[in-house]
Each structure stands twice: as C-alpha cells, then as structure tokens.
Design a protein around this ligand. Structure first.
Ligand SMILES: Cc1cc2nc3c(=O)[nH]c(=O)nc-3n(C[C@H](O)[C@H](O)[C@H](O)COP(=O)(O)OP(=O)(O)OC[C@H]3O[C@@H](n4cnc5c(N)ncnc54)[C@H](O)[C@@H]3O)c2cc1C
Length: 505
C-alpha cells in the first residue's frame, strides 16, 4: 500500500498508526455487538478501528439527549431493560459500569379493550376484567388447541400455530396474535414459528399461571421476569463507557463513517474502503473484519460481487421499521409503569414508556417524558406522517385513555429507524442460511449482531456474539457465531465457557 495514495485524516494519528500496522482489526457498526467485540479485544491488548455511520455509538441501544433550556431529558430508543440467562454477561457489563447500574423492579401493564391488565397477569384481576363467560371460552379454546397440536400432533408451521398450541386461539387473539401482527405488519399465519422460540419460549398458559401464583420463581421465562438491570443514564451508557475505555487504550471509533467497498480474494477479505467525515476515503487491509451492519448492505459492498444466488437470497430478507415520538411534560410523573403495551390494532402505537421509571436521572426532578413506539413499514402512512399530525393522533388516544393531557406537554420530537426488526416470514430461514453460510466461509470475516446476522437479538445476545467474534480472533479459531446469543444454547450452558462446545476450527 502506497502512503501517497491515501488521504489520511489530519486529526487521526491513531488511524495513521493503524493503517501501517501489519494486522489492523476493523469492526463495522458500533452497536452492542460491535462494541462488545472492541471491548473484548481491547481487554486482551488488541486495538481496533470501529466504523459507525451514526453520530454516536450504541446502535439501537443508544441513549439520546434532549436539552430544553436548563433541563436535560434522556431517552433510549424504546427502553432497554438488561436481562440475560448468562451470568458472564452481567459480569461483563458490571466491569464496564461498576455502580452505575441498578436493579429496577418491573411494573408493566397491557391496555386491552378499554381495560388495564397487569403484566405478568394477576389471575383474579384478569378474570374480573374478562368476565367468567369469556374466560370459559378461552379455556375451551386452549384445550382445543392443545388437543389439535399436542394429542393429534398437527405440525406447528407458523407463529399462529405456535400460539394456538400453547394458548388457544381465543386467548391468543386477545393480546398476542394482534400485537404480533402490529409489530410485523403481516398475518401471524405468515410468520415463522422461530419468532416464538426466540421471544416467548417457555411461556404458555401453564407457566404463566404458575408464575402468577408462585412469586420468586427463578425458572420463569424471560418475558415474565419481574426485575431487570438498567444503567443510571440510559442503556447507551454501556456503549459510551466502552468507547471511552477503548479509545484511551488506542482503539479508534470513527462516527459518521461508512464502508464504501469490501474487497476479497480467495475467500479472504483483503481491503475495506471507508468513507469518513474526517477527510474523504481511506483504505485499510484488515487482518480481521467484524461486521455488524445490515447483512444486505454488507453483501452489496463486496467486490468482486457475491455470486448471484447469494445476492438474490440477501434481497429476500425484509426489515420492519419504527417511528418514534418522544414527549416531554411539565409534571413530575405520568404513570407508575415502566411501560404499557397496546395490542389493540385500532390504537396506532404499540408501547409507551416513562423513562424516569427506569432511572430518576432520565428526566429533571419536576418533569418527565413519554417514549412512544410505532411499528411501520418504511414508506407507509405512519412513516410519512407529519410530526404534528403524529403528535395529535397520539395525544387523541392518550387523552381518551386518561394517561396524560396536552396541557402538560412541553415539547415533542419524532424520529424514525429502518432495519429494526428482521422479518421472520415463512421463507426467511432458507434465504438467511444461504447468505450466512457464504459469509461464514470467508476466513477472516466474523458476521455478528442483529443487523449482521438478521437475528432478533436483545442486547445480551448481541454482546455475546461480539465477545465470541473477539474470542475467535484472539484464539485463532472460529466460534460458532450462529449459535452465540441463541437462547436455545446458553439457556442451558449459562456462561461463555459453555460456548466451547460449539466451536469449530
Ligand atoms: C424499540 C426497541 C426496544 C428494545 N428493547 C430492548 C430491551 O429492553 N432489552 C434488550 O436487551 N434489547 C432491547 N432491544 C434490542 C437491542 O436494541 C438490540 O438487540 C441491540 O441494539 C442489537 O445490537 P447490534 O449491535 O446487534 O445491532 P445495532 O444496535 O443495530 O447496531 C448496529 C450498528 O451498525 C451501524 N450501521 C448500520 N449500517 C452501517 C453502515 N453502513 N456503516 C457503518 N455503521 C453502520 C448502526 O448505526 C448501528 O450503530 C430493543 C430494540 C428496540 C428497537
């Protein structure tokens, strides 16, 4: 590589050092997966170049700041509780945040057919709200589903089948099938049962009732956990702290930067061309490349181009987007919940959250905020709605339900994100396997994270994938990145040591 060919940014002595190091490690995307990889490498004395297109780190788990005069409001992009079955990951975050994260009691409800229901359910309250006749109907429908799929062994082919098997059609339609259709924008009969496995595995009528009657049930499914950990200044604190730590030790995080081309030869990544905001493009020859940007984008950047069937398969993978409304209020509190779900389809949003109920430091003492999430397809009506129309629509519903009033509102902000939820339709698995097996065959490439692996991860899964990628580099053997962060595995194994079982050289 000829130094004269490179435009090396004036303000980046660290990058200059990397460009001429023999073996730089490049990480694409500074979300939880990318930052966990960078942190693990840094802990082992290896520096990396992290390339992030946004202005700040944290990906979907970043925390945004809104300054209103002297008042500072913080919000996650949809509140992020930290929960994991893997004790190693608590230790990982604890080592980063120390006392800056706290255990928060969970208080969540659902609003269905004009009534509030505690979540997890309180059987007597639910029975009172639903009424005995409807409850009996739900009971019979549950037995019918259990007989059909359990006794008569009807195969579970869709998410709808899974719900009918474990809850019955009537209870399913009450708050699960409708909420799921709201999230994905497609019928539950067109959604792969894998989604249930990742989100509500272990949850069924029996476990829900058992949990409701038996407190402190340590084996409860993840959807029912009644406390979680949360960083003092929002979930993004984890990733901002990682950034500070790794930059002090010599790694560089390039924000507002993107890969423009990824060159490969004989099954190895040879060069990455990067557009930075610090002075044009630069070329890096990485010894290792960790990718956590959306899988289709990565495929489209390959040079020479990936085989046609790989490109075709990548283009079949679809994403669901989100629109967000953040409202600040001139009052100290709105509700006692961390969040409330709205499964009814006539209500345009899916969830509202009060960030102050996660950490008091998310709002000034005498003020508070609400974060409202809409599930959308890029380009649809909600995606294109004017800010004031979205605010007005939302307030109409919130006022009618009795949650808050326009007269207390200080300000509101809207923003959007694409590539939020990988759509698990009925064909996604075949296409995904085609793409990931191609990517995993590139020797010095480690594809991780929610966008990178097109996997519905939570933070803990993405952290685990990032750590596994870093371990692969450090130990010179490829860990099974497909199963890192997959609960089917670590539910049982509990620690990263358990991942040894899945390694392949
Ligand atoms: C509304 C909502 C609520 C959630 N709640 C929780 C929760 O309560 N608990 C929990 O654990 N998890 C929660 N999650 C999930 C969590 O946010 C994700 O699992 C996690 O952020 C995934 O991390 P990642 O690094 O895999 O991907 P991402 O967070 O998506 O990070 C990918 C990064 O790559 C960057 N990037 C993309 N394209 C490019 C490019 N071309 N060049 C450079 N950089 C690029 C992105 O800007 C981003 O920073 C929630 C997610 C959402 C949307």
């Amino acid at each position: 590589m000829d130094e004269a060919d490179l435009k090396i940014p004036e303000r980046s002595p660290t990058l200059r050092a990397y460009l001429f190091m023999d073996t730089p490690i490049v990480i694409l995307g500074a979300g939880p997966a990318g930052m966990a990889a960078a942190m693990t490498l840094s802990d082992a004395g290896k520096n990396a170049i992290v390339i992030e297109k946004d202005t700040q780190v944290g990906g979907l788990a970043k925390t945004l700041l809104f300054q209103e005069g002297d008042d500072l409001f913080r919000t996650d992009i949809g509140p992020h509780r930290f929960f994991s079955k893997n004790p190693f990951l608590y230790q990982f975050v604890e080592n980063i945040l120390h006392e800056q994260w706290v255990e928060v009691p969970r208080q969540t409800r659902q609003y269905i057919d004009g009534k509030f229901y505690a979540y997890p359910i309180i059987p007597l309250q639910a029975l009172k709200n639903i009424g005995p006749l409807r409850a009996c109907g739900m009971g019979f429908s549950y037995l019918k589903g259990a007989a059909e799929f359990g006794l008569f062994k009807k195969p579970i082919r869709t998410f709808e089948d899974y719900i009918i098997r474990h809850f019955g059609k009537k209870l399913g339609s009450f708050n699960m099938l409708n909420y799921t259709e709201k999230i994905w924008g497609i019928p539950c009969a067109a959604i792969h049962p894998d989604w249930a496995k990742q989100r509500i595995k272990g949850l069924n009528v029996r476990s829900a009732l058992k949990n409701a009657f038996k407190k402190n049930n340590k084996k409860q499914p993840k959807s029912l956990v009644d406390s979680f950990f949360y960083p003092q200044y929002g979930t993004g604190l984890i990733y901002e702290t990682i950034q500070k730590k790794i930059e002090t030790r010599g790694s560089t995080v390039y924000t507002k930067s993107t890969p423009a081309q990824i060159r490969h030869k004989n099954g190895t990544i040879t060069e990455v061309i990067i557009e930075t905001d610090r002075g044009g493009s630069m070329t890096v020859s990485p010894a290792h490349l960790v990718n956590s940007i959306p899988i289709q984008q990565f495929i489209s950047l390959l040079h020479p181009a990936a085989p046609e069937e790989i490109q075709h398969a990548a283009n079949q993978l679809k994403w669901r987007s989100q629109v967000y409304l953040f409202i600040t209020f001139n009052k100290p509190s709105i509700m006692r919940d961390n969040w409330i779900y709205f499964p009814d389809t006539h209500i345009p949003f899916g969830r509202i959250s009060e960030m102050k109920n996660f950490s008091a430091d998310m709002s000034p003492q005498d003020k508070t905020s609400l974060f409202i999430e809409f599930f959308v397809t890029k380009g649809n009506t909600l995606w294109n709605m004017e800010n004031n129309a979205l605010f007005s629509l939302t307030m109409d519903h919130l006022e009618k339900i009795g949650i808050c009033s326009r007269t207390d509102v200080r300000a509101y902000y809207t923003f959007k994100k694409s590539h939020v939820y990988p759509v698990y339709d009925l064909t996604y698995k075949t296409h995904l396997e085609t793409v990931t097996s191609y990517l995993d065959s590139l020797t010095n490439l480690y594809t991780i994270g929610r966008p990178g692996r097109f996997k519905y991860t939570n933070q803990d899964h993405s952290l685990e994938m990032g750590i596994a990628a870093a371990k692969s580099i450090l130990e010179n053997k490829k860990y099974d990145l497909e199963h890192a962060g997959s609960e089917d595995d670590y539910f049982e194994s509990g620690t990263l040591a358990g991942m040894q079982a899945h390694t392949h050289q």
